[in-house]
Ligand binder design. Structure first.
Ligand code: ADP
Ligand code: MG
Length: 236
C-alpha cells in the first residue's frame, strides 16, 4: 500500500524478497505479548527503529533474514524479541539444550546482548546465558547444566564447549549471526561452520551485519534459505 511505501522511503528501508510483510510502525501493532510490551514501555522507547519495524514481521513469519544496518540502529531487539516468541511457542525442555543461539564476535558484544536479553526477556521467564573466552569455563558450564533457552556465544568458546561435549545444539531452531561481517573479519568462519554443522537444518537463520561484502554474501548464501533481505540506508 501507499503508506507502506511511504514509511519505507522515509526510513530508507529497501527490501528484497517475495511478499515481504509490512513494517510494524508501532510496538502495539507487532502483536507482542503484554509482558514484552511492558518491558519496552518500562525502558521508555517510543517507536520501533526502522530495522526493528521491518525485521519483526519477517522474523515472526519464521523466515530467514539478512538485515544490513549500521551500528546503533537497534538490531539486537530486532532478533531477540522474535527469538523470545519462538522459545515460548515451542516450549522445549531447556535441560536438553538451548532453542535460540546467538553468535557474536566479542565478549563485550556478547555481554551487551545478554544484558538486553535479560532486560526484555526476564518478565517472559526466558533464561539466557553468555559463553565467551578469557573467563573460566566452570561457571559457564554450570549455567548450561541448569538449563537455558537462549545462549549468546562467541564462536571460539562455544566450539571449545562443543568439543568437550558439554552442550547440545540439537534443539536449536533459531540461529542468529550477529555482526556477521566482524565475525568473518576476525577469522571465525571455520568455527561458525563447525557450530552450524551441529544445528539441525530445520531452523530459522537470521544474519545481522553492518556491511555486505562478498565474504558475508557467500556465508549467507551457504547458511540461509531464501532469505528476505532488509537494508537500511545506503549499502557500502
Ligand atoms: P545495533 O546492534 O544495531 O548496533 P543495538 O541493538 O545495540 O544496535 O541498539 C543501540 C541502542 O539503541 C541500545 O542502547 C538500545 O537499547 C537502543 N534501542 C533499541 N531499540 C530502540 C528503540 N526502538 N528506541 C530507542 N532506543 C532503542
Ligand atoms: Mg549489534
Amino acid at each position: 500500500s501507499l503508506s507502506v511505501e511511504a514509511y519505507r522511503r522515509q526510513h530508507e528501508i529497501v527490501v528484497t524478497g517475495d511478499d515481504v510483510p509490512a513494517p510494524y510502525t508501532t510496538f502495539e501493532s507487532a502483536g507482542f505479548p503484554s509482558e514484552i510490551l511492558r518491558a519496552i514501555h518500562h525502558v521508555g522507547f517510543s517507536v520501533p527503529t526502522p530495522i526493528q519495524a521491518q525485521s519483526w514481521p519477517i522474523a515472526l513469519q519464521s523466515r530467514d533474514i539478512v538485515a544490513i544496518a549500521k551500528t546503533g540502529s537497534g538490531k539486537t531487539l530486532g532478533y531477540l524479541i522474535p527469538g523470545f516468541m519462538h522459545v515460548k511457542r515451542l516450549h522445549n525442555n531447556s535441560k536438553m539444550g538451548p532453542t535460540v543461539l546467538v553468535l557474536a564476535p566479542t565478549r563485550e558484544l556478547a555481554t551487551q546482548i545478554q544484558d538486553e536479553a535479560v532486560k526484555f526477556g526476564r518478565s517472559s521467564r526466558i533464561s539466557c546465558m553468555c559463553l565467551y573466552g578469557g573467563a573460566p569455563k566452570g561457571p559457564q558450564l554450570r549455567d548450561l547444566d541448569r538449563g537455558v533457552d537462549v545462549v549468546i556465544a562467541t564462536p571460539g568458546r562455544l566450539n571449545d564447549i562443543l568439543e568437550m561435549r558439554r552442550v547440545s545444539l540439537h534443539q536449536v531452531s533459531y540461529l542468529v549471526l550477529d555482526e556477521a561481517d566482524r565475525m568473518l573479519d576476525m577469522g571465525f568462519e571455520p568455527q561458525i561452520r563447525k557450530i552450524v554443522k551441529e544445528i539441525p537444518h530445520c531452523r530459522q537463520t537470521l544474519m545481522f551485519t553492518a556491511t555486505w561484502p562478498k565474504e558475508v554474501r557467500k556465508i549467507a548464501a551457504d547458511l540461509l534459505v531464501h532469505p528476505v533481505q532488509v537494508n537500511i540506508g545506503s549499502i557500502d
